[in-house]
Ligand binder design. Structure first.
Ligand code: NOJ
Length: 481
């Protein structure tokens, strides 16, 4: 569909930005916080760039007022952040840590003081280590109840002030990296364990959403999914079938469960053939069906291009780390099903991710038509090396270009008929990239530190800061100027 004129963004469109606790807060062992699996994982040699970790991160824990004042200056309408489970429940269950509850209460109040809508992510990958030690974390059904209890504590504490909740962030990513590529905790390479743990995470997600409904809390809740639309490399039918396989195994496989409470049949049959199909127990089906979200959260960075894969072709399992490409999306695949190939029409970022704004429009349209839910874009952004000039300026034109073309793609999708509630860029300040340390930057605000030297963590506004301020002020009209 080619539009000669674009519809305006809705009046109450939530222009925002996002972060995650482990990537910004620091204060990893202060005020009663327990250890998460990431606090342990980063200490394994060679897992992260130069051994970087989030012990201090960008010290948002102590500087959140300064950061929120900058958000207010930019005019943000919303800020998405995650809560560290181990600040609230140091052991993942049991005793509540009041200081943790107070920290997020203060943060929420500070946002509201400036009229910034908080979007709270319940889980952004930092599982309590105590639960990993006690019963294997996501591999045990005990986590369903523990995650639900934790979520209820948050709903009780903050739902008088929070209208938007994200349940699990990028379940597809933390499962595949954690259990197929060993590049996230628990650092396993075992598809059988991945599909079993993933089924449990689906149940936990549904259980939390059901608890939200049963508790009649006000507001809306949904998961955030890492969406990469798949394109066939060409119109050869076998490449198109491979693309359908990819969609079924890596997109519909999660989103169908969130919305319809069932796995796509073709994916299930394929998993069953390989002895990987999730095992249903009594009550699972009902629980999954009771967990329908209010919106679909979408994290979008890039698209994938797909070709058929011979039976002895490339495979996806295999250890990967920040430098090794083995097992990463670059040459991943499943013999007999699909493989990922390069797309000659798309440019790439410095981290080899495709730059494809139309892929965002395509994603929004597909999700809207298939699931009939409003969409909240919970992440989108460009990871790049940025340079702090001697005069304190950061000229991040590639980021402006990236964000601008993606915002215009959203406007196209809105004009197509998709309901989009808001848009959160990743990220507001620079922050820790899980595996890539502090060299891969995403923020509107430069934070002066690197992997080995925390320096003074001084904040500097990049060019993109002012650019986004104008986008928000004009409710998107400046994008077309
Ligand atoms: C998605 C994740 O949710 C976020 O934590 C991460 O830093 C970004 N992708 C960029 O890779």
């Amino acid at each position: 569909m080619i539009h000669t004129k674009l519809d305006p963004f809705p009046k109450d469109f939530l222009w925002g930005s996002a972060s995650a606790a482990y990537q910004v807060e620091g204060a990893w062992n202060l005020d009663g916080k327990g250890k998460s699996v990431w606090d342990e994982f980063v200490r394994i040699p060679n897992k992260t760039f130069k051994g970087s970790n989030g012990d201090v991160a960008v010290d948002h824990y102590h500087r959140f007022k300064e950061d929120i004042a900058l958000m207010a200056e930019q005019g943000l309408k919303t800020y998405r952040f995650s809560i560290a489970w181990t600040r609230i429940l140091p052991d993942g269950r049991g005793e509540i840590n009041q200081k943790g509850l107070d920290f997020y209460s203060d943060l929420i109040n500070e946002l509201l003081k400036y009229g910034i809508e908080p979007i709270v992510t319940l889980y952004h990958w930092d599982l309590p280590q105590a639960l990993e030690d006690a019963y294997g974390g996501w591999e045990s059904r005990q986590v369903i109840q523990d995650f639900t209890n934790y979520a209820k504590i948050l709903f009780d504490a903050y739902s008088d002030r929070v209208n938007y909740w994200v349940s699990l962030n990028e379940q597809n990513v933390f499962m595949m990296h954690g259990f197929l590529m060993a590049s996230h905790p628990p650092a396993v390479t075992d598809p059988k364990r991945m599909y079993a743990a993933n089924h449990i995470a689906n149940l936990a997600n549904a259980s939390v959403i059901k608890a939200f409904r049963d508790g009649k809390y006000p507001g809306k809740i949904g998961p955030s999914f890492a969406m990469s639309p798949a394109y066939a490399v060409d119109c050869q039918p076998e490449n198109v079938i491979a693309t359908e396989n990819m969609l079924d195994l890596f997109t519909n496989f999660w989103m169908d469960v969130y919305v319809y409470g069932r796995y796509p049949k073709v994916a299930l049959k394929n998993l069953a053939k390989n002895g990987l199909a999730p095992v249903f127990e009594a009550g699972d089906e009902d629980l999954l069906k009771a967990g329908k979200p209010d919106f679909m959260g979408v994290n979008y960075y890039q698209s994938m291009t797909i070709a058929s894969n011979p039976l002895d072709g490339v495979t996806m399992t295999g250890e990967a780390n920040y430098s090794g490409k083995k097992g990463t999306t670059k040459e991943a695949g499943q013999p007999g099903m699909y493989k990922i190939v390069s797309n000659p029409y798309l440019e790439k970022t410095n981290w080899d991710w495709t730059i494809d704004p139309a892929g965002l429009r395509i994603s929004l349209r597909r999700i809207s038509s298939r699931y009939d839910l409003p969409i909240l874009i919970t992440e989108n952004g460009l990871g790049d090396f940025d340079t702090l000039e001697a005069d304190g300026q950061v000229h991040d034109q590639p980021r402006i270009d990236y964000l601008k073309t993606h915002c215009l793609a959203i406007q196209e999708a809105i004009t197509d008929g998709v309901e989009v509630l808001g848009y959160c860029t990743w990220s507001f300040t620079d922050l820790l990239s899980w595996l890539n340390g502090y060299q891969k930057r995403y923020g509107f605000v430069y934070v002066d530190r690197d992997e080995t030297n925390e320096k003074e963590l001084k904040r500097y506004k990049k060019d993109s800061f002012n650019w986004y301020r104008d986008v928000i002020r004009t409710n998107g009209a400046s994008l077309s100027e």
